[in-house]
Design a protein around this ligand. Structure first.
Ligand SMILES: NC(=O)c1ccc[n+]([C@@H]2O[C@H](COP(=O)([O-])OP(=O)(O)OC[C@H]3O[C@@H](n4cnc5c(N)ncnc54)[C@H](O)[C@@H]3O)[C@@H](O)[C@H]2O)c1
Length: 438
């Protein structure tokens, strides 16, 4: 490929040197003539292990050169990677001025080009930025329309400073966000030598994945540090704890518990988070991340309540009452809290949960149901259809397999609010469908 890389900072230099090492012809572009001169001399403008040697080799072989001249770079290449900075402003918002300027400069050159040019956003940008800032700037400056004369894709970078060259060679995945296949193919061709799963998705999803990843990494660091601070005060070796913790790849380091949906509940998580928080208070250890967990959980219950109330409908049906399918345990079920809040707001309720109905008759939870929540127990229906027939809003509270086929029997004037992302029956669903956070 003939590729231009705009911005010769950390991401740009590592990308330019690595693409050139893979056999592509690369033109690096920067507004800073010192960086351009350094690259052309085979010297690295940034400190990064192995980069100087890599640059010297590819510049020596004639596979990478640098320039301050956008016109020359666009004329000589088919794909341009935008690697300019997107720093924080004082208020935390993103400063997109470099990105908008480089898109405008590139657009002005695309205007003169007879061939299709693909612009790849590699800088980290919030969802919507490519559509709202980059594409309009390219269209304004080129006088051409997106998809007709030029294409755009998003290709976030997952390298870490200090191990950037190794990370480039072996990334967790190659992520390409695009809306047209033609724009993806130019981007994907750059990565033929890279051994990583290729994820092809929409532009907005690709933009958001980068923020989700970095926020997750930041959360992991702070979580581990807070656990470490508690451990130290309790005389427990935090590294031994986290080493063992990380060996559980079923529940701890896994996709489990990472699906957006409703609040957690049950007899363990709320109780145990509370207990750890209380112990930390006793030993004077601050846990700002861990202490915000129960607040966040409560807000998700309030969010569900608002979603139901905003429909303006008062006859509410609840499918699922225990905190997850396949259990009759109602202790700290967020659905019980939601049900009580709905009653408090003047809604009428019909509830169906097969396991809870059985438990009401027999079993260990009979006493809990009779003594703690008799006002809710009396609202339990024997069949799903009783709930569907008698409700204007149907809330799906857990993933019981009975619910998907039952939703086919909803009516067009009804609203289904899904808290768990049930596999919905698509065209067969008559009611209006709303997910709590999708
Ligand atoms: N540094 C990292 O490890 C890392 C990792 C992944 C993603 N990112 C993201 O990648 C982007 C770039 O980060 P960075 O750390 O490489 O930035 P950087 O500040 O090191 O480099 C940006 C470069 O862009 C140049 N530039 C600015 N305007 C230009 C223009 N109009 N034309 C040509 N060059 C121009 C600047 O002179 C500078 O050399 C950011 O969005 C960042 O969030 C960074």
């Amino acid at each position: 490929m003939n590729v231009s890389v705009f911005g010769l900072g950390y991401v740009g230099c590592v990308s330019a040197a690595s693409f050139a090492a893979d056999g592509h012809h690369v033109v690096g572009v920067d507004v800073n003539p010192d960086k351009v001169a350094a690259v052309n001399a085979g010297r690295s403008p940034i400190v990064e292990p192995g980069l100087e040697e890599q640059l010297a080799e590819v510049v020596g072989d004639g596979r990478l050169r640098a320039t301050t001249d956008t016109a020359e770079a666009i004329a000589a290449t088919d794909v341009s990677l935008l690697c300019v900075g997107t720093p924080s402003r004082k208020n935390g918002s993103l400063d997109l001025s470099y990105l908008e300027r480089v898109a405008t400069q590139i657009g002005a050159e695309i205007a003169k080009k007879p061939t299709y040019h693909v612009v790849v956003v590699r800088s980290t940008v919030l969802p919507g930025t490519t559509h709202e800032v980059v594409i309009p700037a390219l269209e304004r400056a080129s006088g051409k329309k997106y998809g007709n004369g030029f294409g755009v894709s998003v290709n976030p970078e997952f390298l870490r400073e200090g191990t950037a060259l190794k990370d480039f060679r072996k990334p967790p995945l190659t992520l390409v966000g695009h809306n047209h296949a033609a724009d993806a193919s130019g981007t994907i061709a750059l990565y033929q030598a890279i051994d990583a799963p290729l994820i092809s998705t929409s532009i907005r999803v690709a933009e958001m994945i980068k923020y989700t990843s970095n926020t997750w990494h930041a959360l992991k660091v702070c979580f581990a540090n807070e656990i470490g601070n508690v451990c130290k005060r309790l005389g427990v070796d935090s590294h031994e704890v986290m080493d063992v913790f990380c060996r559980d790849d079923k529940l701890n380091l896994s996709p489990y518990y990472l699906k957006p949906g409703f609040a957690f509940g049950g007899s363990c998580l709320p109780k145990d988070v509370r207990a750890l928080q209380y112990r930390a208070k006793e030993i004077d250890v601050d846990l700002p991340v861990i202490s915000s967990i129960l607040t966040s959980n409560r807000l998700q219950i309030e969010h569900a309540l608002t979603e139901v109330l905003e429909t303006g409908k008062k006859r509410v049906g609840l499918l699922g009452f225990s905190f997850k399918a396949g259990t009759d345990d109602l202790r700290e079920s967020p659905l019980v809290i939601l049900a009580e809040a709905l009653l408090g707001k003047g809604c009428s309720l019909k509830i169906y949960d097969r396991n809870v109905s059985i438990a009401r008759l027999v079993g260990a939870n009979k006493a809990y149901i009779e003594e703690q929540i008799p006002h809710l127990s009396s609202l339990l229906c024997d069949t799903i259809d009783e709930v569907i027939d008698g409700s204007d809003v149907i809330v799906i509270g857990n993933k019981s397999s009975e619910f998907t086929p039952a939703l086919e029997r909803t009516r067009p004037e009804q609203i289904v609010i899904d808290l768990v992302r049930l596999p919905v029956p698509g065209a067969l669903l008559q009611a209006e469908y709303r997910g709590i956070c999708w």
